[in-house]
Write a protein that binds this ligand. Structure first.
Ligand code: F6P
Length: 328
């Protein structure tokens, strides 16, 4: 069997939380696949669509004019059934029925768990591409969507800074990041925050109050406190309330929410998506399976799918120190 015949018909799906740049990635998969004379089948609504055989044949022109669009034109879902043995078996049957030999899955850790289950069963070759605004997959410096999300959040924070300065009061801004603080840390530094609260460090309410008291004495009444949604102190509202109970100061809370997931992807996200999509097609052609394709220090890197959620991606603690120095 020549190399190419091991993956003549391949599927592509997006799953989990959508991330800006997913469309650019699907485009790269389709166009590189077509160039290698593969047939590309799009699977709608992630694993939910796979379990319902919701397939669509994709040609080079099917992905015209999507590189600049946020979201994913294939749709996405969080599929509980794919976490069961029955679900995985059904997925394999549906892929067999469609004669799909290789699958490219674009998403985060839930997506990779599904891909791993398929790869482990042995008959389907599965490759993962990291696309999650949380940027928490081990094995890649950046996941598709992160750069756009932090720029979207930053744009909002810049606007809030105007009103915080005018109102002269602290703003507590919650950004996404279910388990990790990558978004909070980057937008906190770029947005000139006075405090950044992330799940990786213990949130000390007394210390924040002390900082605020010191700032009031210096005449600095407005401040920006960035809170990752997954912060262990329980979310932005209880944190703001605890500070109010100690300082009795007027404050505002803003939850940026899903606005961070939408919008046109940045150039960086489009380029990353294009590179990873192309590399995933090459990987399937080479017969690889069970890997996530990421980028480390600018180079394409393969990490076993299991490691992507079992190993912990380090964040740069030095940035927290830097924030303290810069927020004086
Ligand atoms: O995983 C990305 C993410 O945006 C997280 O930051 C957030 O906690 C979660 O998805 C929200 O998911 P959903 O849109 O399904 O509520």
């Amino acid at each position: 069997m020549n190399k190419k015949s091991s993956a003549q018909r391949i599927g592509v799906l997006t799953s989990g939380g959508d991330a800006p740049g997913m469309n650019a990635c699907i485009r790269a998969v389709v166009r590189c696949g077509v160039r290698h004379k593969l047939e590309i089948i799009g699977i709608r609504r992630g694993y939910a669509g796979l379990l319902e055989s919701d397939f669509i044949k994709l040609e080079a022109r099917s992905v015209a004019n999507i590189i600049h669009r946020g979201g994913t034109f294939l749709g996405t879902s969080r599929c509980k059934e794919m976490k069961t043995t029955n679900g995985v078996n059904k997925a394999i049957q549906n892929l067999h029925r469609e004669n799909i030999k290789g699958l490219i899955t674009i998403g985060g850790d839930g997506t990779f768990r599904g891909a791993m289950a398929l790869a482990q069963a042995g008959e389907i070759k599965a490759i993962g591409i990291p696309a999650t605004i949380d940027n928490d997959a081990y094995g890649t410096d950046y996941a598709i969507g992160f750069d756009t999300a932090i720029n979207t959040a930053l744009d909002a924070i810049d606007k809030i800074r105007d009103t915080a300065g005018s109102l002269q009061c602290p703003f507590f801004i919650e950004v996404m990041g279910r388990k990790r603080g990558f978004i909070a840390l980057d937008v906190g530094i770029a947005g000139g925050a006075e405090n950044i609260l992330i799940p990786e460090t213990k949130t000390k309410i007394e210390e924040i109050c002390l900082d605020m008291r010191r700032n009031f004495k210096k005449g600095k009444k407005s401040s920006i406190v960035i809170v990752a949604e997954g912060d262990e102190a329980g979310g932005v509202f209880p944190i703001a309330q605890q500070i109010w109970e100690r300082l009795r100061i007027d404050y505002r809370v803003c939850v940026l929410g899903h606005i961070q997931r939408g919008g046109s992807p940045t150039a960086r996200d489009r380029i990353l998506a294009s590179k990873l999509g192309a590399a995933a097609v090459d990987a399937l052609i080479d017969g690889k399976s069970g890997y996530m394709i990421g980028e480390l220090k600018g180079e394409i890197a393969f990490t076993s799918l299991r490691e992507t959620w079992e190993k912990r991606k380090e964040l740069d603690d030095n940035l927290l120190q830097l924030m303290k120095i810069l927020a004086t």
